[in-house]
Design a protein around this ligand. Structure first.
Ligand code: FES
Length: 164
């Protein structure tokens, strides 16, 4: 259940964007950025405020991989599935992340730490295949690097827990 503070933030976003030329995409992008997901409850709030069917919003949220229906993990591993990365072996890297984390693309690990996303070209084709974690770019990734990347963030968590 969404808090009244979050509801207010959503209404503020809608108010700010509703008179734009393509308000729905702008509103959904802002909400995704702010909360990390757009579940059915949030979709209903937006639908009522804009007076459009919730099915229209659901269609947009599920069509674009940028949007997520569920909260994402603390560390979002984004694998590029653009042509250059695909040719250089992205599929094997995605499979390795999935095997190691025991989740599929679009899912989040049970401990809430990791999600795997698949993106279209991220604009760094000369570095293919590319993986990003919360925006940090890993260039020329090999299957053997997958373990190291996951470990980097697991170690970070251990360190944070020790210092808290
Ligand atoms: S195809 Fe992956 S960065 Fe362009």
């Amino acid at each position: 259940m969404i808090s009244s503070k979050s509801k207010e933030e959503i209404y503020n976003i809608i108010e700010k964007r509703k008179n734009m030329e393509t308000p729905l995409m702008m509103i959904l992008s802002d909400i995704q950025n702010k909360f990390g997901y757009i579940d059915l409850e949030v979709q209903q709030i937006v639908a009522e405020a804009l007076n459009i069917p919730v099915s229209e919003i659901y269609g947009v949220v599920t069509f674009y991989s940028y949007f997520s229906l569920k909260p994402k993990g603390k560390y979002v591993i984004s694998t590029c599935f653009g042509t250059a990365c695909y040719v250089k072996g992205t599929q094997g890297i995605i499979d390795e992340f999935c095997n190691k984390l025991k989740i599929k693309p679009g899912e989040t690990t049970e401990d809430g730490l990791f999600s795997i996303d698949i993106l279209r070209c991220v604009g760094a084709c000369s570095l293919a295949p590319v993986v990003t974690v919360n925006g940090k770019i890993y260039p020329h990734v090999k299957i053997a690097d997958v373990d190291k990347i996951i470990k980097e963030y697991k170690d970070k968590e251990v360190l944070m827990n020790e210092n808290s």
